[in-house]
Design a protein around this ligand. Structure first.
Ligand SMILES: [Zn+2]
Length: 485
């Protein structure tokens, strides 16, 4: 994650060199890491082997394949080879899936991972200690090591909850080292994801984004071994966000500069729509397209939804946080989005005063939908699982790689125990996932064919070390900020 380490990395070209570096990452850190560098989070990641998951309840989320009450999934060299009721292959590792639901990993499409350290500071019930005032104040003090530790903490929680892909909303890129730190954490965790390069906290609104820095990240990090992709996160357009301009506010002319720069590099764009809707302004400026993801669908009009459908724009909803907003901020418009045929996905947003629990996210969405709309726009529990998996992959433009258990795709797979007290006795698997499941039911997590968690434990990451380093980084920030004065 240091510049030294990055320059070593850039000398190694090609996927094999990248894999070799990943395997040796702990060693390189030990050799080169100056004291300001976050230490490696654990042992090198496991190899991508060959194995068969046997006798699970398999939910493929691929309509052409369907589901199997009892089925097998064959994985080799990171890819899904076959999914069938019974797969005959000898001399490979077997994972017993009996009593488990086997499904694609969760795809989380918007998460401010750099704020994960702020749990000791943020309060849900004290406005002055809300997410925005805290992240505004502490964000400017963060070192690149703080960024690494914060992102790693969030990713460890993501993997624990069955999330295998994240869209990292990195809007506190204070230096090239900060960008490398966040990307290093994503690489070291072994998760799939998009790094959305943003501005830094406190950056003047009339200062353009660092396109040279973004181009450097594209050159140095992409495509790597294919797990990470790149985009930008834009500051808000034309309106203050709730609780202050924590993500900045752009004029439409500034948005044209930032978005134009991203598009010149072939990068997708994500932007929050908290506050007065910018959709018509963006449409009039000709800025909307299928490479744009909006966040927080709370206040759209039928006319705006028609625009989004026409332009192929997606919307990410973060139901846990959105449900806490005042009614003046709008309601979660899931029914309206689905009815309009807009690409929609689910996200965690942040974990400062709630945790990563995609099951609760689906549950809240279902409850609010039933409360507001009910059967006027039918919503099944299966559709909610689709939103959390395949639809997320579609939103991030990686549905050719993940989001369903389809032969040829990469093996991003989770196993959920149904024998636990909150799940048992098992009934309909979709009902169980949406209405009953908790992160601690996630038994096994596989990303790109690597078994990152098994029996509910990390296979390589040192969880204790990750938490301890995060705790010490938060304590140092507290001291640096002279908190709470
Ligand atoms: Zn957000």
């Amino acid at each position: 994650m240091t510049r030294t380490r990055m320059s070593r990395r850039t000398l190694l070209k090609g996927a094999s060199a990248f894999s070799a570096l990943m395997a040796a990452s702990g060693e390189i850190l030990a050799q080169q890491a100056p004291s300001r560098t976050a230490a490696a989070p654990g042992a090198p990641l496991p190899q991508r082997g060959e194995f068969v998951i046997r006798a699970a309840t398999v939910l493929t989320m691929d309509p052409s394949i369907g589901d199997f009450a009892t089925g097998d999934v064959h994985v080799r060299e990171g890819g899904i080879v076959a999914v069938a009721p019974r797969i005959d292959v000898a001399n490979v590792q077997t994972i017993d899936g009996s009593g488990m639901i086997c499904m694609p990993g969760i795809v989380d499409t918007h998460w401010h991972l750099w704020t994960s350290l702020f749990r000791p500071f943020v309060r849900a019930d004290v406005d002055e200690l809300g997410y925005f005032p805290v992240s505004n104040r502490l964000g400017v003090l963060m070192t690149s090591e703080d960024s690494y530790r914060s992102v790693m903490l969030g990713l460890a929680e993501a993997l624990s909850a069955g999330v295998t892909t994240v869209h990292n909303w990195a809007h506190n890129v204070r230096s090239p080292d900060h960008a490398d730190a966040e990307l290093s954490a994503m690489r070291d965790a072994g998760i799939r994801g998009r790094f959305a390069y943003g501005p830094a906290q406190g950056m003047p609104d009339d200062q353009p984004m660092d396109m040279a820095g973004i181009a450097r990240v594209k050159r140095d990090w992409m495509p790597g071994d294919g797990l990470l992709t790149l985009g930008i996160c834009s500051r808000n357009i034309g309106a203050m966000s709730i609780g202050g301009a924590t993500r900045g506010v752009l004029t439409i002319d500034m948005a044209k500069k930032d978005w134009g720069g991203a598009r010149a590099l072939g990068l997708p764009i994500t932007v929050h729509t908290s506050g007065p809707s910018p959709i018509k302004v963006l449409e009039e400026a000709g800025l909307l397209g299928p490479d744009v993801q909006l966040v927080h669908p709370l206040l759209t009009t039928p006319e705006e939804r028609a625009i989004l459908k026409t332009r192929g724009v997606s919307y990410s909803t973060a139901p846990v946080g959105e449900a806490r907003r005042p009614s003046s901020a709008g309601v979660i418009q899931l029914g309206e989005l689905l009815e309009a045929g807009i690409k929609t996905s689910l996200s965690t947003d942040h974990t400062t005063n709630y945790n990563c629990d995609p099951f609760v996210g689906m549950r809240i969405l279902f409850a609010l939908h039933q409360h507001r709309i009910g059967n006027k726009v039918p919503l099944t529990v299966k559709r909610l699982v689709q939103l959390a998996t395949l639809d997320g992959a579609i939103d991030l433009g990686i549905a050719d790689k993940t989001g369903s258990l389809t032969p040829g795709k990469r093996a991003d797979i989770i196993l959920i125990r149904t024998s636990d007290i909150n799940m048992s006795p098992a009934g309909d698997p979709y009902e169980a996932i949406v209405s009953l499941a908790q992160p601690n039911n996630v038994e096994t997590v596989i990303v790109d064919g690597r078994i990152l968690r098994q029996s509910g434990k990390f296979t390589a990451l040192d969880y204790g070390k990750i938490v301890d380093e995060a705790r010490r980084a938060a304590a140092a920030l507290r001291s640096k900020a002279k908190w709470p004065t």
